[in-house]
Design a protein around this ligand. Structure first.
Ligand SMILES: [Zn+2]
Length: 249
């Protein structure tokens, strides 16, 4: 099992955390990179995982740096459920189509003014794409466990911040820790403070700029509290069968 930071690492936008077990790939948050052009260009980069191979998405809250990539993920082949609180779903129904509209407006403006090197400039996604993505939303109330498969269970906790915002606790049973994790990213393991339970592995080592950054900064993300282990602490080897929990938010 490992956790990869596909965004919100060395920047605060583009929040996407990919949790992989032997049989499941769960994406926590699905946010847009925002701000500087250098960051926004990352929205056009291919993800290091095929959207069709992601089993489910879980959203912490609606802000576009946490949910705004969802229409593109669905457009590119994701067809699983998107778990969120009822408040987040209500706000997604407003913000995501609006985001698509703004993307279309920006492309139209670039074509009118001729400042894009792309002829024609295209939107990242459209309002129609966003409306289609809304069909994937599945709501769960705060405080109630829901099943993510392969023994993974998640629960939303009130987080303040904005209507519907949640921290997410994920608990897994029968998780085996791949021994290769520690040997392939020793620096990341030591920064994470848990040699026996690293949160990234060789899968993150890549020449792709976005993914390389994920590898380099995974420990920093944890240090900032972007993702926090809530499981037992210790440096002893972990048995293959035990219960672990994460919290996101
Ligand atoms: Zn926010």
């Amino acid at each position: 099992m490992h956790l990869s930071f596909l965004g919100a690492s060395r920047t605060v936008t583009g929040s996407k955390f990919l949790l992989e077990t032997g049989t499941r790939r769960i994406l926590f948050d699905c946010g847009l990179f925002q701000g500087l052009k250098e960051l926004r260009l990352r929205n056009w980069s291919q993800l290091p995982v095929r959207p069709a191979d992601i089993d489910a998405v879980v959203l912490t809250h609606v802000h576009l740096d946490h949910s705004g990539y969802l229409p593109l993920l669905v457009k590119n082949g994701f067809h699983g459920p998107v778990w969120c609180t009822p408040g987040t779903a209500d706000l997604c129904a407003i913000l995501l189509p609006d985001s698509g509209y703004l993307q279309e407006e920006e492309a139209a403006r670039a074509n009118r003014k001729g400042y894009s090197k792309h002829k024609p400039a295209l939107p990242l996604y459209t309002r129609a794409d966003a409306v289609i993505a809304l069909d994937r939303l599945e709501t769960v109330p705060f405080g109630m466990d829901f099943d993510l498969g392969d023994g993974l269970r998640a629960r939303f906790h009130h987080a303040g911040h904005i209507l519907g915002a949640a921290s997410i606790t994920v608990t897994g049973k029968r998780w085996a820790v791949p021994s290769s994790c520690c040997t392939t990213t020793p620096s990341g393991c030591s920064r994470n403070g848990r040699r026996s339970f690293p949160i990234t592995s060789s899968a993150c080592r890549s020449t792709d700029p976005m993914h390389t950054e994920v590898t380099d900064s995974a420990g920093g993300g944890v240090a900032r509290g972007t993702a926090q282990f809530a499981g037992p602490v210790g440096g002893e080897p972990q048995p293959a069968r035990r219960t672990r929990s994460f919290s996101f938010g």
